[in-house]
Write a new protein. Structure first.
Length: 294
């Protein structure tokens, strides 16, 4: 955030100084130059004493190199030259973890990149404990990513990505504890594998889909055969149902005006033959066999 108040004060004091020095340039030019230089230095020192921190910023103040306090947000003043200020952003920050080549537990090389999200909760510790907290936390995230993924297999990496991200996040948070940083999350963005491995996984997925399709078709054929057997039993027990089915078949064959269906044998005659066939079967079964001669 630009400290516009300090800039405004500097401009105002500069204009006032110009108004004081201008009359002296005609009467005593040397004095005008000295007064102008002194006024300019005083203007810079006075304007630098006015500091402004935004709502998301905290100012870490050092007095002669020693930590003094944390100020902000809002307007505050410091002692020029004696005190120095370091502004810290306390919003959630994102750090991109560049692509890392990692070998999983089952000896598969993969290339992974991720994004780490964190925020500064203690600005004084973030400044005093580490030199550059953004770079340090990125380095810790890289090493934690390699350590965690190296302990798992490729299948775990592909199916348990969220659990792996949480494990890496816990590693980073444990390693950076005491630095005034709070890790809010880590997301694995991309997992890149060798082309040969991708082709093998594609063939495996295709075979798995074909297996499921074959099993589904077999189950459908089984259900269809059961339904057909039930329909056949129903038609055998009810002669009217068989005749209706015959009429439906004939109607389906003759849907077009150009088709002609000729029934050579009446349906009723077929029923009579079926009854006679059943009666003959029952009669032959009821005739006793002749007794053997003594």
């Amino acid at each position: 955030m630009v400290n516009y108040i300090s800039a405004l004060v500097f401009v105002i004091l500069l204009l006032v100084g110009g108004g004081i020095v201008a009359p002296l340039t005609t009467s005593n030019p040397v004095l005008a130059i000295v007064v102008g230089i002194v006024w300019l230095i005083a203007d810079v020192i006075t304007s630098s004493a006015i500091q402004l921190a935004a709502q998301w910023q905290r100012a870490v103040v050092f007095r002669l190199g020693k930590f003094k306090d944390i100020r902000g947000p809002g307007l505050f003043f410091i002692i020029p030259v004696i005190e120095q200020v370091r502004m810290i952003d306390t919003r959630v920050l994102a750090v991109h973890i560049p692509k890392q080549q990692v070998i999983t537990r089952d000896n598969v090389p993969v290339t992974i990149d991720a994004a780490l999200f964190f925020r500064v909760v203690n600005p004084a510790d973030a400044i005093i404990m580490v030199q550059d907290y953004r770079n340090i936390i990125m380095q810790y995230a890289q090493t934690s990513l390699r350590d965690v993924i190296g302990q798992g297999t490729l299948d775990q990496l592909l199916t348990e990505r969220e659990q792996i991200a949480k494990a890496i996040e816990a590693h980073v948070e444990r390693d950076t504890k005491g630095w005034g940083l709070d890790v809010t999350g880590l997301r694995i963005q991309d997992v890149d594998m060798p082309e040969e491995l991708k082709k093998m996984m594609s063939r495996q997925a295709s075979a798995e889909r074909e297996k499921r399709a074959t099993i589904t078709k077999a189950e459908g054929d089984k259900e269809a055969s059961v339904n057909l057997a039930a329909a056949a039993r129903t038609m055998a027990e009810s002669h009217g149902a068989m005749q209706l089915r015959t009429l439906q078949t004939i109607d389906g064959l003759g849907a077009s005006p150009s088709n002609t269906v000729v029934i050579a044998v009446p349906v009723e005659l077929m029923d009579v033959w079926a009854k006679l066939d059943r009666s003959a079967s029952i009669g032959s079964a009821s005739v006793p066999e002749p007794a053997p001669r003594a």
